[in-house]
Design a protein around this ligand. Structure first.
Ligand code: SF4
Length: 425
């Protein structure tokens, strides 16, 4: 939360009046762009992407049209909020040639009020980050790179069907640093088939030697329908046992904390001042516009998403000519959230973070009944030391009253969160 407030304190209007939390949520927003192209498919991945790189130009034409026509989505009371973060994810955004990325940025800046200090992230794969490509990226407004390293182990990279080697990953990060990128995140995966604790420790120390600002680390998941899931069914690979995965998670927290990283969300670690502002805004319920096939949007009340279908996206969105073409369009799916669903969203997003769940805000947003439900469901976990309740009035006009997962609770987060959810009869 401290980081969140620091960002806001830079905004002039924040100094002139003290808005409510709700006002804060609606005067800022983010934009997510989904780039659905990959040069090949990794065995574990269930994100929407296609190998049809020849459609990149048509996709950009549709994407820029969507960006122009959906500006109204973020409007509140006739006002368009300032865009604090832009995240270009995928798929593999680094498969886009620089002139195509330039087109996207031209439309973004011409259409939206993007604040000068906005965080602008581009996801990139190490094999795309050649020296010429890195220098081209420096000419764009991108100020944060999220690099899909996953592991430095050559055998594991081959098993996952990643296209890069560990050496390439090291070179790519160091070349990006030399070129002047000062905010770099890398993704790692642990619990890989046949991965020992020592091998994971080696990945961690290599990652630390890179001096990056942010590390995201995820346990490998066998998503249904992926190639990896089939490989497990055919006994080609075996899932890491739970005890080993927990030890890996433990080492992850210990090593990164000892080296100056804040553990600010279950899978995310940042050096002070380098939390992902875009992802943090998801966890804080800040509205965002998502463009591109499969991209989700949230207006502060309800969610909607574009269907995961590149051809349909190019055909339909590429032909849209008015903002109204996006209301109830066949390529969009919508979900109106009930009070209970919004409460459940809050539980899952807030408890993931080290800032925790703000109980005062929970009560004012969802009422006494859901507040009581939350505390009742939390009681056994409080007794077992899996959750802690932190109350404080120090330097605060409004006293804090927070629920947070303890270190032991982090290991069991899925089960604890599901106990706190409200399931309507
Ligand atoms: S490069 Fe990324 S998005 Fe593409 S298949 Fe691999 S993990 Fe999935």
């Amino acid at each position: 939360m401290a980081m969140f407030l620091n960002i806001l304190q830079g905004i002039l209007f924040f100094r002139t009046f003290v808005p409510s939390y709700h006002t804060l949520l609606f005067i800022m927003a983010g934009i997510y762009l989904h780039v659905p192209f990959c040069a090949s498919r990794c065995v574990y991945c269930d994100f929407y992407s296609t190998l049809h790189l020849e459609k990149r130009k048509d996709y950009i034409a549709a994407l820029t049209r969507e960006l122009r026509l959906r500006k109204h989505y973020l409007e509140q009371d006739g006002q368009t909020p300032a865009i604090q973060t832009v995240y270009i994810g995928g798929g593999t955004p680094s498969t886009l040639d620089t002139p195509l990325l330039e087109e996207v940025f031209n439309i973004l800046y011409a259409t939206y009020d993007i604040v000068p200090q906005a965080e602008i992230t581009l996801e990139a794969n190490p094999d795309d980050l050649t020296l010429p490509k890195i220098h081209e990226l420096r000419t764009l407004p991108v100020n944060r790179l999220s690099i899909g390293v996953q592991t430095f182990d050559p055998d594991k990279l081959r098993l996952l069907h990643r296209r890069h080697t560990g050496i390439q990953a090291l070179q790519a990060v160091s070349d990006c640093q030399d070129a002047g990128f000062e905010n770099i995140s890398i993704d790692l995966i642990y619990g890989l088939p046949r991965q020992s604790l020592e091998e994971w420790d080696a990945d961690l120390s290599t990652a630390l030697s890179l001096q990056v600002q942010h590390i995201s680390a995820y346990a490998l998941i066998y998503e249904e329908g992926t190639r990896l899931w089939k490989m497990r069914r055919q006994h080609i690979v075996e899932e890491a046992d739970e005890e080993l995965s927990l030890k890996m998670f433990d080492h992850l927290i210990d090593e990164l904390s000892a080296n100056g990283f804040e553990h600010y969300e279950i899978s995310n670690f940042a050096r002070p001042g380098f939390r992902s502002r875009h992802n943090s805004s998801y966890w804080q319920g800040i509205p965002y516009l998502g463009c591109g096939p499969s991209a989700h949007s949230y207006d502060g009340q309800d969610r909607q998403w574009n269907r995961p279908d590149l051809t349909g996206y190019i055909d339909h969105v590429g032909r849209a000519s008015r903002p109204a073409d996006f209301d109830n369009a066949p390529w969009i799916e919508k979900e109106e959230l009930s009070l209970y669903e919004r409460y459940n969203d809050r539980i899952v997003t807030a408890l993931r973070t080290s800032d925790g769940l703000d109980l005062n805000r929970l009560k004012s947003d969802f009422g006494q009944t859901l507040y009581d439900h939350c505390l009742q469901a939390a009681a056994p976990h409080l007794r077992d030391g899996l959750i802690e309740r932190i109350s404080s009035t120090r330097e605060k006009q409004v006293p804090n009253d927070l629920l947070k997962l303890t270190r032991r609770g982090l290991f069991l987060s899925d089960g604890i969160m599901s106990d706190l959810l409200y399931v309507a009869d």
